[in-house]
Design a binder for this molecule. Sequence first.
Ligand code: CP
Ligand code: NVA
Length: 314
Amino acid sequence: MAGVPQQLKGRSFTRVSSWSGDELETLLDLADELKAERARRRELRVLPGRTIGLIFHKPSTRTRVAFEVGIAELGGMALFLPAAELQLARGESYRDTALVLSRFLSALMIRTFEQAEVEEFAEHASIPVINGLTDEAHPLQAVADAMTLRERFGSLNGVKLAYVGDGNNVCRSLMRIAARFGMTFTAATPSGYEPDAALVADAGAEAAAAGGSVELTTDPREAVRGADAVYTDVWASMGQEDERERRLRELEPYRIDADLLAHAATDAVAMHCLPAHVGEEITADVLYGPRCLAWEQAENRLHTQKALMALVIR
Ligand code: CP
Ligand code: NVA
């Protein structure tokens, strides 16, 4: 394979909008190459002697395992750092933690609640900081989803993507990446669950400049009409356990089932970032059916996270 491009060395990845469309495309191209090389049982060992820290304030299956396996395949070492066992839990500041960890590690991923915590880490760390999910954004998921859609449709420009359900972290990052790549993005959420207006306006302007669009509706059928891909995520995210009952009641009409999918394009695919609550936001026949890309999305977390590390770690 061709070498790893050098221009992104040292960069953090805290949100989709931190990277330009060209930079994101560089990441997707490298992820495609790494996927093909892995299928040939060839690995790019670009992280010898590097240690990457993984701070988790919330549970994870895909993000953690994709990093740990990916780092091993790139020849580096992963250090799993549950936040409850760090001095952070006893009040050590993000600033001090970032300054200290920068002396040991080559990159740091953090999954937490506040986006501001990730930004604070990135501001004070002298190593790349990667957002592994916050209440506001899930950029790693968005790049894996973009890879999955590009594999399926050949190009992202013009792809019609509908998101149905809670306008949460996954929805926001998906909207941003859809806008960057000129996709036609519509989100159907109950009123009060939509992504914030400023973000929608910003993404809408960006999408328009790239030949796409960003729209909101409260009608799931309207959102999926003619869509190439129909995406959903859980109705109660990590940290929203107290709101679960109300959310289940109010999001009930937003389930992806065969009936809703029938309103999309003939060969439309279903997508889910996982973990799924089967029977809530998505029915079993759709999730385990032949048109569902959720398992490919999960695998692509590995290839995109490897590509990201190969690009940013010095
Ligand atoms: N989709 C996703 O981020 O999964 P995990 O919470 O298991 O990491
Ligand atoms: N919206 C979900 C995504 C999990 C990967 C959450 O934040 O819990």
